[in-house]
Design a binder for this molecule. Sequence first.
Ligand SMILES: [Zn+2]
Ligand SMILES: [Zn+2]
Length: 663
Amino acid sequence: MEPREIDDIDLSSCRDEGSFRFSEADVADTDDKAAVAEKAAEPVAAAERLAAVEAGVPEEATDAELLAAPERGSVDELLDAGAHDELDAMRHSTAHVMAEAVLDLFPGAKLGIGPAVADGFYYDFDLPRAPTSEDLEAIEARMRESIAADHRFERKEVSFDDARAVVEGAGQSYKVEILDDLAARAKAAGEPLPQVTFYEHGPFSDLCRGPHVASTGKIGPFKLLSAAAAYWRGDEKRPMLQRIYGTVWKTEEELKDFLWRREEARKRDHRRLGVQLDLFSFHDVSPAMAFWHPKGQRIWRTLETAMRELQARRGYEEISTPIVVSERLWRQSGHWDLYRENLFIIEADKQLFSLKPMNCPESTFIYRSKRRSYRDFPLRFSEFGRLHRYERSGSLSGLTRVRQFIQDDAHIYVRQDQLMDEIQALLGEVHEAYGWFGLKPRFSFATKPDKAIGDPALWERAERLTMEAFAAADISYQLKPKDGTFYAPKIDIYIDDALGREWQMATIQIDLTMLAERFDLTYDDENGKAVRPVAIHRAIYGSLERFIGILIEHFAGAFPLWVAPVQAVVIPIADRHIPPAQELAGVLRAKGLRVEVDGSDSRMQNKIRLAQEQKVPYMLVLGDREIEGRTAAPRTRAGEQQPPEGWEALADRLAAEAAARGA
Ligand SMILES: [Zn+2]
Ligand SMILES: [Zn+2]
């Protein structure tokens, strides 16, 4: 299922990007099979609901929107082949060919569903045993025969009763269930039994809505990737099926490139590197909430410090608001009605509270704590807010989908005449911050949707000013007409990581009415008249958890010097070199560098290997000669040997390199 577009600044962390999905098959190699099944089947429902709350879509419209994506485990989902373009149609067609091969090799196998997914396809089978890698090879070989035979895909429309008789006669009980669900739904709606389509190729026929390629010969180079357990309809009370994943492309080149990216992504997987580099862990006492180890926390603080420094320079005022907030506020904001099942609810003093899922409403209390004048603006309230959202797929370990995260959030209140300057400055902030990591942000600008609220003239003005801000900042962007939220034009920020995967990062929303109206914010204009400010919601990193997860994968754990949790390791050759090594570490630490001394009894080569595995930027080996001259010859993690330098000069150089925040 495709994750749906989500409209809110505060949701970046909830979003499962398409690009992340391509490692779905990799995930399948882990032992958390149930979680994998759930991940594959689950839409980003919580995020959608929150988006609906944020977007303030009228309730009816919201329901309609939610229905637009087939509901999890619904009969529509089961019948959706995921074939929405030509490549997907080929992928889904390959799933049919795989099912043909599996039936051939495992007579009596029962078929679940086999849609196209990002980068490939899968099919769920009820098999007597889990398929081995030899089985996958045999299935592939059998598939090649079917492709060589170039069977045509023939669409056949049959009556419901005939279809049911066919699948029942074939012993395909899961398909019978799908048909019975269709019938039950038709009956409930007072409609006649629907016509049903089959697609046949060669000896194989499958209940399916299509579409497919013309014939099996049109299927490109493919490979089966893995097999993993998956519950029927994503329901742990239902039978456990075997899901076989495969990938197929138009050219050998694309297939090779994909397999390389997949292997590289596996190596860079932040969950794997998080353990290897001792950055964070997850524990089932707090599902889907990260425990930050000292080194992970150093990264965290480093990013936070850099953002605080930027914000101080830009005139932000940092605030901090409570995490536990009365239901009264969430009723006012609309979350209580639409988003309640995703709130962590607490009872105290005979009242209900929830852990905050976002910071927006609380900043308004600080706004309203005094009378505001047109002279006070821009008013930039930043907050590293700790947010909690109850996500169903909480059993997944990983930083990109968590139930607790911290955002570098800000709510900026401006007068309309300040909008353009402020947006231009925000674009500059984004450029600066992403530049620290060597990332080039790309922007899209989404304009007024049809169901927008608020003054059309204000919309027109805000959109024009935003475009002028882009022009003034000399930044290009992709226009997304009618794609804004109902209350705000918005700017989305994207990056491509080192593997060419696109990530949607943070969002800037120019909130024309929502916060100001719903929370009754005003200021006194030049004539003493109370008017509404414009509120800009912005986060630059978005969720720090997610941002760090992406950084880990982008850099494959080899962080730039300024981010690296350990920037240098001093390696004494013999025990007698340990005290001078401590002294060198002290010289470096005095310049603010994060330094460790490897005083273990391992051999020097082992110490170097360990530091390399830990991706420490600099290794400083100390022996008699270096100590005598108070020098050190840095060795980089890439293996480059640099010339010896005096300790103080080295400390100054590394400190300057770190302070420059280059990637
Ligand atoms: Zn099909
Ligand atoms: Zn906000």
